[in-house]
Design a protein around this ligand. Structure first.
Ligand code: FAD
Ligand code: NAP
Length: 443
């Protein structure tokens, strides 16, 4: 019998978990994982905060999948540049797109393109060593305002305000560490357009922020009017995080001495204009049930100027459409699909398939579900199982284009190099941040 040839594009959690499940359910299939960068793991390597190394343990599971004899990793191959969808469809029975969300949502307000406004996605990529973000080289400032209140905003605030001792042995790049050591940051505001009950950050991340040594968390009392009255009626996770905020607010009244650094969450404010020295915020009101996460923010005519030196936009990521033949929902910023199905033999999952939210666990569950649909479809539609050449075809195309394909054993050389470089600096790893250098080590 022919072996089913499957290709997956994007080696983040969605790609790896889908590969794991497909190899388990279809043990005779061949699974080829293509990745734009010479290195694997997507946002586990370039998103997850360096001071959360335990989250990166999922890499052990991915490495186990990579050791399967029917699995291949083809790094340094970009879909839409080096190969197109048609070529993948010619070569494989199943094409599964998991290339994530490589752009930012934007606010669309005046001043957003000023030099003092940077993207949280790029800032995170910069401190995590993503080669694509090394040119950001941010100049940190005493007062920084982050727009958006998701966990990415919290990650960024924590990295900016953490004592250096908590970062210096992590895999944060040495360059970023130096910038932070010499940083003048004194105050980080995080601004949300809705209220405390709608905040997008989660309890573990908030607790970590509140407990940071040498940092005072300062809430605005007016943001919590009416919150105490409804807190007992909230569902358990929302109740617990709201209680944490209220406790922190109450303890702030007893503070005798404000720490040298300040973390300041601000609610009910929507940015409407940015200048070199401030953000103009419109006060908002909630429409709908104000105790529900679905309440909407509506701007009022009341405005406030928040003085700040640097603005970091953290309102979410966005996927891009790589090939005009793929049906794409521009508004949601993801591929149009039904339970991961895009067209016969073409699937999507991960942030590209369901939008740029969800932790690794959500991404894993979705990847497993879509992998199950692939198996069902292969069972029910025999025409999907016709003989296909797989990587024999694509590797020829790449060879003709002179593309240096990075295989798993090549990545292992880069991995070893980084760990050794890290040892010299007393860190768990020092990432290579230049693609040519990666390719040189790999070859
Ligand atoms: P990604 O991880 O983005 O993977 C996509 C992959 O596709 C990347 O490797 C990319 O290089 C590749 N690619 C892109 N374009 C192409 C192309 N054209 N051709 C080939 N390959 C391509 N979750 C947690 O559980 N805990 C955390 O602590 C946590 N921290 C996070 C911190 C940040 C800053 C962010 C943004 C997210 C965090 N998450 C966390 C969420 C988690 O990272 C996501 O759920 C998960 O990474 C989504 O997986 P994905 O595979 O869909 O996308
Ligand atoms: P997010 O959780 O969706 O948060 C986006 C934030 O931006 C929200 O506060 C949102 O407000 C705000 N926003 C969106 N559009 C806006 C606009 N036009 N004007 C003003 N504010 C706007 O996105 P994220 O922070 O990028 O995180 C993405 C996912 O990764 C999340 O699921 C997150 O949990 C996960 N993640 C997890 C961790 C972790 O586990 N430690 C770390 C980082 C990321 P509204 O709520 O009002 O829309």
């Amino acid at each position: 019998m022919n072996s089913i040839k499957i290709c997956i594009v994007g080696s983040g959690p969605a790609g790896f978990y889908a590969a794991q499940h497909l190899l388990k359910k279809l043990p005779t299939s061949k699974v080829d994982l293509y990745e734009k960068l010479p290195v694997p793991y997507g946002l586990v390597r370039y998103g997850v905060a360096p001071d959360h190394p335990e989250v990166k343990n999922v890499i052990n599971t991915f490495n186990k999948t990579a050791s399967h004899s029917n699995f291949n990793f083809f790094g340094n191959v970009s879909l839409g540049v080096d190969l197109n969808i048609k070529q993948l469809q010619d070569a494989y029975n199943i094409v599964l797109l998991t290339y994530g969300a490589a752009k930012d949502k934007t606010l669309g307000i005046p001043g957003e393109k000023l030099d003092n406004v940077i993207s949280a996605r790029r800032f995170v990529g910069w401190y995590n060593g993503n080669p694509e973000d090394q040119d950001l080289n941010p100049t940190l400032q005493p007062s920084i305002t982050i727009l958006g209140q998701g966990n990415v905003a919290i990650d960024v605030a924590r990295i900016l305000l953490s004592p250096i001792d908590q970062l210096k042995e992590t895999d944060i790049t040495d360059k970023a560490l130096y910038t932070l050591i010499t940083s003048p940051v004194r105050e980080v505001n995080i601004v949300g357009r809705r209220g405390p009950i709608q905040a997008a950050f989660t309890i573990k991340e908030l607790r970590e922020m509140i407990k940071l040594p040498n940092v005072s968390t300062l809430w605005r009392e007016t943001d919590f009017e009416g919150v105490e009255e409804i807190v007992t009626k909230l569902q358990r996770p929302r109740k617990r995080i709201t209680e944490l905020m209220l406790n922190s607010l109450n303890s702030q009244k007893d503070i005798k001495r404000i720490c040298p650094k300040i973390f300041s969450p601000i609610f009910y404010r929507s940015p409407i204009d940015i200048s070199e020295s401030s953000v103009k915020l419109a006060k908002t009101m909630l429409m709908g049930d104000s105790s529900s996460s679905s309440a909407r923010a509506v701007v009022t005519n009341d405005v406030e100027f928040l003085k700040t030196d640097l603005v970091i936009r953290s309102i979410g990521y966005k996927s891009i459409n790589i090939d005009p033949s793929i049906p794409f929902d521009e508004k949601l910023g993801c591929i149009k699909n039904e339970d991961g199905r895009v067209a016969p033999g073409l699937y999507t999952t991960g942030w590209l398939g369901h939008g740029p939210t969800g932790v690794i666990l959500n991404t894993m569950n979705n990847a497993f579900a879509v992998a199950n649909h692939v198996c069902d479809d292969l069972n029910n539609n025999k025409s999907l199982g016709e003989n296909k050449p797989g990587s024999e075809y694509t590797l020829n195309v790449l060879k003709e284009k002179n593309i240096q394909v990075v295989k798993w054993k090549d990545w292992e050389k880069i991995d070893e190099y980084e760990i050794n470089e890290g040892k010299k600096l007393g860190k768990c790893r020092e990432k290579v941040t230049d693609i040519n250098k990666m390719l040189e080590i790999a070859s």
